[in-house]
Write a protein of this length. Structure first.
Length: 745
């Protein structure tokens, strides 16, 4: 077999073949050039992707360093343990290193450089704020609570916002650059195959070109894999927990922090439903919280976890968490899955709770101080209001003792003493009523009462006071309105409202009382043209001890109890009361509403008859023998003189024993007794009296006249056998009317 000659010697290229070869050579050169450009483009796109990942990593590192510094600072502030400051000092240089690296890496981006320029002073402010807080804590000492400054918190919020903007732009750039990289990697083999077809005659050269292109692509893939590996390492090392899922909600990735918080190992959680690994419930209701995956897929964007969310770990432990879930999208924007970033906020929650306790303690301390001031002011007012009328009464008593007063002066002295003693009676009664209200022992005794007549009589009782103050008192009478109410307490409500209106109306002004009634309700209005009620005081006008002016220079007297007592009495009747004023100098309106509980006709007649008897004249006692049992000598002597002045024969006793001695030898027509007696009470006396009555076949009327005036004392006295109960101080006309009524019965 003859040897073959070299090809170049056996074949000679024709002209068109040479031209074709030349064209093929040019195509081959073009193929090599285009392949080189594609490889370079791929390398550049990969480089930009790496650059973007580096910017994101540096922004994470910057936030992580700041978070470490803040956590260390909070730990020191909460525990005063210097060991907690080691991470703080270690984090400070990392903050600056990460910031400078971020500045260098974004040097080609004018928008990012503008944000970096804004970030620089904010970092300085935040670090300075933390340093000042720590310095203040060191100076204040270990027993002083030091809270982070509001300036530092605002700076940190602005830092997070700026870094978020940086990350947002870099994420967009990353998406664009990944798209460019993927497009470049897709186009490269197309060009290679197309040019390979054109250069089929030079297969070897084409193979070289394809190998070169493939090598560039492999390099790009290796670079991308390295970038992904670096990202994975970053996620493994950050302080927040991270869980990634696919679009079906199955776990694809967990970093070590997520493993620690959930109690699940990465290998065990792989492909499990997120709800099984990431169990979250509401802290208070214990209801399950909607899966973040569902919310992200439904809303298509970043979502925050619900407030007060508890993460239940695999072994059952619970811890509060917060943060967010976000979609994972490919270069085309299609949803690939969801990433959850969350953290344990137990320490932060404890810090917030400690701060809330401090604020609450401060608020309670201020309230207590205010109450203490109010108490001191009230005690000063009580002292003044009790001493002033006593001083006036005692002064006139001294003048009366001197017997140097003429008839007019003696009358003036007696009027002054009576007026001041009545004022004392009102003050003491108000204090006792408030005491009963606070103790919940103020009871009502409803009887059938003509409320319209009661209001009219109360208005008439206040006319003298109004005239002395130069105030016109107006009232339009109403037809009788019979209802089941406590007449004494209704009279007290009207008196308190009128006294308040007259006190705060200057001379020349007017006070108007109006009532209206229907089948269901009685309305009472007290209007005045006085000084009005300041807007700041109006919501507190019915509070106990509350006055417009509690100082020593206040214009009006009183204890500030009348309106509070009136409100309680109205509400005890099932009604309501409110006040209105257009401001200072524009008068005030008090409006009380009472539900009407209509009595039967018989009760109504009884009530009307009692009212008629109360308004009748005072008869004489016609020589009736009365037994008076009172241990207070001055009170006993005064009542004895008054009873004798109306024709009664009075047997006086200072104790139960003395009273029983009288009863053995006398048969009084009526007994008047105190409850609080030495050695034995008035209840013991009434028991002995009723035993004597049973033996004699009689029933002696008996009246209690006692300073123990609560509803319990009244019920006990009446249950023991007394026929009537009068509370001290006693109006003599009331006592006399009660004696006459019982003797007549």
């Amino acid at each position: 077999m003859a040897a073959r000659e070299p090809i170049g010697r056996r074949y000679h290229l024709s002209g068109w073949q040479s031209l074709l070869f030349a064209l093929t050579g040019l195509a081959l050169v073009a193929a090599g050039w285009i392949a080189w450009l594609e490889a370079r483009s791929s390398a550049v796109s990969v480089s930009w992707v790496q650059h973007t990942f580096q910017v994101l990593l540096e922004s994470d590192a910057l936030l992580g360093a700041l978070a470490d510094a803040e956590a260390s600072q909070r730990g020191y502030l909460l525990t005063d343990d210097p060991e907690h400051l080691k991470p703080y000092h270690a984090a400070l240089p990392r903050v600056r290193e990460s910031f400078e690296a971020l500045r260098r890496q974004t040097a080609d981006n004018a928008e990012q450089q503008a944000r970096i320029a804004q970030l620089d002073p904010l970092l300085t402010r935040r670090l300075g704020s933390m340093a000042r807080t720590l310095e203040h804590a060191r100076k204040a000492g270990p027993d002083t609570d030091v809270l982070p400054s509001e300036e530092g918190r605002r700076a940190m919020d602005e830092i997070r916002e700026l870094i978020g903007e940086i990350r947002t732009q870099e994420s967009e750039l990353l998406r664009q650059r990944l798209a460019v990289r993927d497009e470049s990697l897709r186009d490269t083999p197309r060009y290679a195959l197309a040019l390979g077809a054109l250069s089929i005659g030079v297969f070897g050269a084409l193979v070289v070109s394809i190998n070169r292109t493939i090598g560039a692509r492999a390099a790009a893939q290796r670079s991308a894999l390295e970038s992904e590996q670096r990202l994975r390492v970053t996620l493994e090392s950050i302080g927040d927990a991270v869980i990634a899922t696919d679009v079906a909600g199955r776990v694809t990735y967990m970093n070590p922090v997520a493993e620690a918080l959930t109690g699940w190992r990465r290998a065990d959680s792989r492909d499990l439903p997120l709800d099984q690994v990431f169990r979250i419930v509401n802290e208070f209701s214990r209801d399950a919280v909607e899966s973040p995956v569902s919310k992200v897929i439904r809303e298509g964007g970043v979502v925050g976890l619900a407030n007060h969310t508890l993460l239940i770990a695999r072994e059952g432990s619970e811890r509060p968490i917060d943060d967010s879930g976000a979609p994972i999208r490919d270069a085309s924007g299609a949803l690939m899955g969801v990433v959850l970033v969350f953290r344990d906020v137990t320490v932060r929650r404890q810090s917030e709770q400690a701060r809330e306790r401090l604020l609450r303690a401060e608020s309670e301390r201020e309230i207590a101080q205010g109450a203490s001031r109010a108490k001191d002011e009230f005690l000063a007012v009580v002292s003044h209001e009790l001493r002033s009328p006593l001083t006036a009464a005692l002064s006139w008593v001294e003048l009366l003792r001197g017997e140097s007063l003429d008839g007019a002066q003696r009358t003036r002295a007696l009027d002054t003493i009576e007026r001041n003693l009545r004022q004392q009676t009102v003050l003491v009664s108000d204090l006792l009523d408030v005491s009963r209200i606070v103790a919940g022992k103020l009871m009502l005794e409803p009887v059938a009462t003509d409320v319209a007549t009661l209001v009219r009589d109360t208005v008439n009782d206040q006319r003298a006071q109004a005239e002395s103050a130069g105030v016109a008192l107006r009232h339009e009478p109403l037809l009788p309105v019979i209802a089941m109410v406590d007449p004494a307490r209704i009279r007290q409500v009207v008196s308190n409202l009128l006294a308040n209106a007259i006190r705060h109306t200057p001379a020349g002004g007017a006070v108007e009382v109006e009532i209206a009634a229907n089948e269901a309700r009685l309305d009472l209005w007290v209007r005045d043209t006085g000084r009005g009620i300041p807007a700041a005081l109006l919501p507190h006008i019915f509070e106990r001890f509350r006055q417009g002016d509690g100082s020593a220079l206040r214009e009006h007297g009183g204890l500030g109890l009348g309106l509070a007592i009136a409100k309680h009495l109205v509400e005890a009747h099932g009604g309501s009361i409110d006040a209105h004023s257009d401001g200072e100098g524009k008068g005030a309106i008090f409006h009380a509403r009472f539900p009407l509980q209509q009595p039967g006709s018989r009760a109504a007649q009884g009530g009307a008859g009692a009212e008629k008897m109360r308004r009748s004249g005072t008869p004489r006692l016609g020589g009736s023998t009365l037994l008076l049992v009172e241990d207070h000598a001055d009170t006993r002597d005064a009542i004895e003189v008054l009873l004798r002045s109306h024709g009664a024969r009075v047997l006086a006793a200072g104790s139960v024993a003395e009273a029983l001695a009288w009863l053995e030898s006398e048969r009084p027509a009526l007994v008047i007794s105190d409850l609080g007696l030495p050695h034995e009470s008035g209840l013991a006396l009434i028991e002995r009296l009723r035993a004597l009555d049973r033996d004699r076949g009689t029933r002696t009327p008996a009246i209690v006249a006692s300073g123990f005036a609560s509803a319990e004392h009244r019920r006990a006295a009446l249950a023991a056998g007394f026929d009537a109960f009068l509370a001290k101080p006693i109006e003599f006309t009331t006592l006399l009317a009660q004696i006459v009524a019982l003797l007549a019965r």
